[in-house]
Design a protein. Structure first.
Lengths: 402, 402
């Protein structure tokens, strides 16, 4: 596989142009019946349809045909980082999801409160799905644990879920989960799977020793298991590989976290598309590239609520004129994956995508939807190539070779 | 990345069939307005359209989506050599462009005459764009420089541009440019960027020492800078990897040079499509594969002259019956990249391509143009796979595996 970033480092040029990457999470969908329309095709989207008539449409494959991505790989692909090369551990994703600013010396861990019986065996792997109200104070207690030479953070996430971060030089993340994935047995010890991670395993063991003492009277949450132990991945910064100064406008912390992983600046997005568009306008002159994230198409898809996903797409459509009023040199509308209401989950289906710029080979599309994208000028392409197209359309890539 | 040539070496067979690869340089274009036609779609091309009805159409991606290729990478891709693996340096391309027959022990350099002031600083990086008439005799003087153990060639190109070739065993091309890219400073010394290129750097230094003495009274061209110092790339010969005896018919030296890089035979093409077609006929029995290059679609695109590009495509169309009269088993019509008049430059847009043979899965196309190519049977494909299709359609590839 060719190294795309070796190429973009060589070819990048700064012509002052502006690119907006508008990601509607889980945008792609499915018709409920043969002959039916998808969510996007069902929605009334006069603004997106008007853009489609001056755009190139296509379908983006997030990872590989048939592979359903999580949010992490889905976004890394859109940002042009091969999601099969750059991997984001569960603990890291959980930390990103609560806006925890991971540093280069951090190991992040997803914790689950659990219930131990008198014999020390796990009787409930989720501590009776303890309420957030009850769990949060336990996290505060654990946050006070001291381990010499290590900075330690414990943060509540939701119900029985928490995030633990160890910060110290020389920590590696190759330590096995301590959740045995069944009840009636004791939790596992943290075991290093390679020599470089022995220190992390030792720290985790000491952390669990103290936690067991602190939580002993807090049944059903009288202990915890550790999962997805991992370092922050080493990802070359977006600005270095593409030569664009980039900012993220995302309402949900997870997506700010993903943008932070590639070293975008994180702007205060407010709580809605309206505030996102306002902040886009306010910051227009300060950046070359804007990642704008819209969550609700995915949420509605996950809920299997076709009518709501349609309504959310229409809400997105209504924001288009505000973005176009800023006259971006290149606008891309896409998703990180499909989330068909019919499946109530992320899926592998390729994602409707549109590039709007002055250098489009207008493909005769009349509306933005899966069927027209399949016939569009971009064809079917790998998500990790989208940034190349974005930069090309914005005039930000020199010719390759003479 | 799979090694295509390992496969073609294994599967090639000689069934005596004939293939013509007709490359219309910069063929792909753009509509000027949404809903408009491209140059190719605007041209009246009855012959190409008739072929399209017995062909498979598609769009070729020269390098990667969004990557605009120069002529070198564009043609290497069409010849089936991965343009990200085989790189052609500036000096090599410049030497190819004047029909210089580079050998395996050659290092080629692009030279620029420059003006040095009394302090030895560069006051003009292009020697006042000295005329070719004035520059050519200077090149003849430099061509007489003697360096022990090295054969040396200096050739005038155009105005302030020249080519220098060092020929000796053990020369490598990893030497930095001596052009400081600004005025008011002295030219740089040639510095080897790796140990194996020290000899080349030493030869370059001695060459510049003598050149400074020879040119000292020739202001404004009283010195020169060296750029794009590089060896001829090691490219496996076309005949060895594909099993076809191949000939090139190109009016412009650059394209003869690119064909020479992959060890095609270079035939005298004359000065027009007419003479190219005559020579094609004369040499028909002597070769299996013919690369026929038509330059003017690119030139018109670079000039932004839509009407002229249309006219040049129509000129190409008129030559089709002469080629078809020879009854090639496979004819391919394509380009090395797009050169949209709208952009007045090479671009990344995929290139309209057509394969004509008896084994086509006729795709219902009615005319040769970008939109029909987008819907065609070849789909969107990487240029480096085109030779596989050419050989397959000509019956020149065995089955892979039992």
């Amino acid at each position: 596989m060719s190294d795309i970033h070796a190429l973009t480092r060589q070819l990048q040029k700064d012509n002052g142009s502006k690119i907006v990457l508008l990601v509607s999470d889980g945008l792609g969908g499915l018709p409920l019946e043969p002959g039916g329309l998808t969510e996007l095709e069902s929605a009334k989207t006069p603004n997106l349809d008007k853009l489609a008539q001056q755009a190139e449409l296509g379908l983006s494959t997030p990872v590989l045909p048939g592979i359903t991505p999580g949010s992490g790989p889905g976004h890394l692909g859109l940002f042009g980082y091969d999601p099969l090369e750059y991997k984001i551990g569960r603990g890291v994703l959980e930390a990103l999801g609560i806006d925890f600013d991971l540093g280069p010396n951090d190991v992040a861990i997803r914790g689950n409160y659990c219930t131990l019986d008198a014999a020390g065996n796990i009787s409930d792997r989720r501590a009776g799905r303890i309420s957030s109200e009850a769990a949060a104070p336990l996290c505060e207690k654990l946050d006070k644990i001291k381990i010499p030479g290590v900075e330690l953070f414990v943060r509540h996430v939701q119900e029985y879920r928490l995030v633990i971060v160890f910060r110290a030089a020389g920590l590696q993340g190759d330590v096995a989960d301590t959740d045995p994935q069944k009840t009636g047995v004791p939790p596992l010890d943290p075991v290093a799977r390679s020599a470089g991670s022995q220190k992390t395993a030792d720290v985790a063991r000491e952390f669990l020793r103290q936690a067991r003492e602190i939580l002993k009277n807090d049944a059903p949450a009288n202990f915890l298991t550790l999962r997805g132990i991992d370092c922050k991945p080493q990802i070359p910064p977006f600005q270095e590989v593409y030569g664009t100064k980039a900012a993220a406008l995302a309402v949900y912390p997870m997506y700010r976290g993903l943008a932070r992983l590639v070293s975008m600046d994180i702007l205060d997005a407010g709580q809605s598309l309206d505030t996102q568009c306002e902040r886009l306008k306010e910051n227009w002159e300060k950046y070359d590239f804007f990642f704008v994230h819209f969550k609700y198409t995915d949420s509605a898809g996950e809920d299997g609520n076709f009518a709501r996903k349609v309504a959310k797409i229409e809400e997105l459509d209504a924001a288009i004129p505000k973005i176009m009023a800023l006259k971006p040199d290149t606008l891309i509308v896409t998703g990180d994956h499909s989330t068909p209401c019919k499946m109530k989950s992320h899926s592998w289906h390729p994602v409707p995508t549109m590039i709007v710029s002055d250098n489009c080979r207008y493909d005769g599309s009349t509306a933005f939807g899966e069927k027209q994208c399949r016939m569009g000028g971009l064809g079917m392409f790998e998500a990790r190539h989208l940034m190349l197209l974005a930069l090309a359309h914005a005039g930000r890539l020199e010719k390759y070779g003479a």
